[in-house]
Design a protein around this ligand. Structure first.
Ligand code: NAP
Length: 327
């Protein structure tokens, strides 16, 4: 079968290690399910692997891809929950299992014709969601959902700042927070993406580091170094910043005086639970909110897709189409 595989890593030329090639179809395994992938989507996580960040070289080659929707062996449409973990080891929360892994970390991932995952990782795909939309949800959308509702515990009327509006996680956070009745502010480097954020319901969208009309209760932070200081300055006393990523750099200077004097809360967030994915599906059905899809490309155009991501040219998710939507 055809698969997009990471064969080497480079910090400066990550796409040099990405090859589309024939690999053996995964074999059946007790307790595991085989999924014929219809659609997948790109995540920064795939680029980190290609850059050699967070993925040891001795785990190469590996088929990349964390997000997938397709058909299981019974011909039922499914979404793949991407966290492979033991909920018991995480005291009821599988994201806290010290041995948890995201798809493509310890097992081959989604950028292939077939994908093998533990059977519990399959979630039925509702009919009201297309395969392309479903393929956007498992990583970026559930991360945004967990940051807003599980970690920050936002309620209607809260003021929420989302940094880097054009991102997969950020676009999801804006739409989910608006749907929950929050007053949402966003930042983006691009005027076009700021305008887009307003169409998703953001009250205002400003350039990075620009002062907001008011201080906020919660900041959703995935940009890192480039926005961290602005995130802390934008919080009201007692406010919360939830951080799940650091695309622009991992080592911002820490203004500890601001943190303790204003009694700020800094919360980390990683992945999501299967039950959060299921709950988020109910929310999308109830609210009509759907993912922002920048474009859909065939799997064979995956290098082009990643180049657009590297260039910061995407708004929302880039989806890959693997096949026709017939079982
Ligand atoms: N912890 C988790 O479970 C988890 C899950 C998903 C993602 N993540 C992490 O979260 C981050 C975002 O992931 P994603 O998939 O949403 O990536 P993405 O779609 O590529 O979005 C990244 C966004 O960050 C903003 N950005 C990038 N560089 C910037 C800079 N120098 N200055 C200001 N803004 C900048 C851009 O927004 P604008 O173009 O609008 O300015 C861009 O759209 C990644 O680091 C990823 O690894 C973590």
């Amino acid at each position: 079968m055809l698969a997009a595989t990471a064969i080497s890593q480079s910090a400066t030329d990550p796409l040099s290690g990405l090859v589309l090639r024939e690999v053996p179809k995964p074999k059946a395994k007790p307790g595991w399910a085989l999924v014929r992938v219809v659609a997948s989507s790109l995540n920064m996580h795939d680029l980190w692997t290609l850059r050699g960040v967070g993925h040891p070289a001795d785990r190469l080659p590996v088929v990349l891809g964390c997000d997938a929707a397709g058909y299981d062996e019974n011909g039922d449409a499914v979404i793949v929950h991407p966290v492979l973990a033991d909920a018991d080891a995480g005291r009821g929360d599988e994201t806290l299992d010290p041995n948890r892994a995201l798809l493509s970390e310890q097992h081959d991932g989604a950028f292939a014709e077939y994908l093998r995952v533990p059977a519990r990782n399959l979630v039925p795909k509702p009919d009201w969601l297309s395969f392309e939309e479903a393929a956007c949800l498992p990583v970026a959308w559930t991360t945004a959902y967990r940051m807003l509702f599980t970690q920050a515990g936002i309620t209607a009327g809260d003021r929420v700042l989302v940094q880097g509006a054009g991102g997969g996680v950020a676009s999801a956070a804006i739409k989910l927070a608006v749907a929950a009745g929050a007053v949402v502010y966003a930042t983006s480097r691009s005027e076009g993406k700021r305008a887009e954020a307003l169409t998703w319901g953001a009250r205002a969208a400003v350039a990075p580091r620009e002062r907001l009309p008011e201080r906020v209760d919660v900041v959703i932070e995935t940009v890192g170094e480039a926005t961290w200081s602005h995130s802390l300055k934008s919080l009201r006393p007692g406010g919360t910043v939830v951080v799940a990523g650091a695309t622009s750099g991992m080592s911002p200077s820490a203004d500890l005086a601001r943190v303790f004097y204003h009694q700020l809360r800094i919360l980390g967030s990683t992945g999501c639970t299967r039950s959060e994915l299921v709950a988020m599906l109910r929310m999308l059905e109830a609210t009509g909110v759907r993912p922002v899809i920048d474009r859909t490309l065939p799997l064979t155009d995956i290098h082009k897709g990643f180049q657009l991501m590297i260039d910061g040219a995407l708004t929302g998710k880039l989806v890959l189409n693997h096949m026709k939507e017939t079982p």
